[in-house]
Design a protein around this ligand. Sequence first.
Ligand SMILES: Cc1cc2nc3c(=O)[nH]c(=O)nc-3n(C[C@H](O)[C@H](O)[C@H](O)COP(=O)(O)OP(=O)(O)OC[C@H]3O[C@@H](n4cnc5c(N)ncnc54)[C@H](O)[C@@H]3O)c2cc1C
Length: 450
Amino acid sequence: MRVNPLRIMKLKSGPESAGPVVYWMSRDQRIDDNWALIHAQDLALAGGRSLRIVFCLAKDSSQAGPRQYDFLLKGLAQCSRKARSKNIPLDLIQGEPREILPQYLEKIKASFLVMDFDPLKINKSRQSGVLDLTNISTHLVDAHNIVPCWAASDKQEYAARTIRPKIHKKLDEFLEPFPGLDAHPQEIQAALFDPGQVIRDLNLKHGPPPVDRPAGPDEALRALDGFISGKLPAYGEQRNDPNKDALSGLSAYLHFGQICSQTAALKIQKHRNISPESTDSFLEELIVRKELSDNYCHYNKNYDNFEGLPEWGKKTLIRHLKDQRPYLYSLDEFEQGRTHDPLWNAAQAEMVATGRMHGYMRMYWAKKMLEWTADPCQAIEMAICLNDKYELDGRDPNGYTGILWSVGGLHDRPWKERQVFGTIRYMSFGGCKRKFDVHAYIKKWTDTGR
Ligand SMILES: Cc1cc2nc3c(=O)[nH]c(=O)nc-3n(C[C@H](O)[C@H](O)[C@H](O)COP(=O)(O)OP(=O)(O)OC[C@H]3O[C@@H](n4cnc5c(N)ncnc54)[C@H](O)[C@@H]3O)c2cc1C
């Protein structure tokens, strides 16, 4: 067996049978470097069984629309071609998992189910819904985090400084090279699908249009290579300047699991000599910050609302509930970028046009929503709504955590007391002006938005 047993949770033990092993791909949409698929293949090879991948395409009940489905399906089409070359069919089935997956498993007489770990409520409930209706053996694999979420910590961590040593201690064990996926011995006929046709069949009526961004595992690797050869040296110094193209741009690929952070970390580490400082600050974001988000969402079911904030954050915001807000905007005004602040409007325009707002502007954007809404509950709700609707990487633990960090001090500490914010860390137009050329940013995105 090629997968560290600590990466695997044995959820159910069912009757032995010779039927195929099924990997239910959901969060980790790639064929290479995928611990869940490797584990499914190990189980299949050990029992001389065939192996299938299934993906359930559900119309998401959150904000995903044509933009996100287009990216997902193009990536999945690549996976399906690659899987076929390894004698592993990828079946795309459409509907809510609990309504279609148990029948699918029964029809093909599956012997084993392997699922991706996902800390979000919607996906946990989909998985438990399927488990309630099947009796086959089921394993859950964390193929997304380098240190499996449950192995990093068994509780909600307070901040980056508390999870960092726990993760670093286990990196030697888990940050290991991936074994290649074998061509599976049993050949099975596999149909390919046309992502454009699937999108048309889905008939999604609402949501922003697709963006012009190449999708899929091959493109993700190209983006990683481009980052290493071009931008890595500047990352450490320029990553907080939204006018500079210094970030990796990997978040959408990571969100859809078209690449995993372990692949990126292993590759970047090999190029540490290019810039040790930049490499370390990138790995801090990619590993510690990202895995802290999974930790938070896994252990706190209120990750998407006011109740999920730390006690000090809730208290200070409640104390300042009655403070007069300098401006009050509706969701519609925010969405259309019609605030009094051209910098905020420019950030909104960047996200609407490209499906990606610069990381530094995301903090400013969410903090201003706290300042310009009637209360923090509304600020959180509106920020999540717009983030999940327009960002390609939306509906991600990083998004919920980033929004609660901005609005309510999650994983942060108290700062100087002021109106509306209380002791939540503040950001201002003036502060941004001192850090980067705000007028260049405004001009760029105001012109694009027109
Ligand atoms: C209000 C707000 C909303 C956000 N919404 C999302 C979201 O919907 N989806 C999302 O993936 N990220 C979100 N983030 C986190 C972060 O801003 C993005 O991950 C980052 O900007 C993505 O660009 P990149 O891949 O070029 O980043 P890089 O700087 O190149 O970082 C590489 C990777 O490290 C991880 N990372 C970087 N910054 C953070 C962070 N602060 N917290 C956790 N992980 C991080 C991401 O996986 C990222 O792809 C949000 C942050 C805030 C403050």
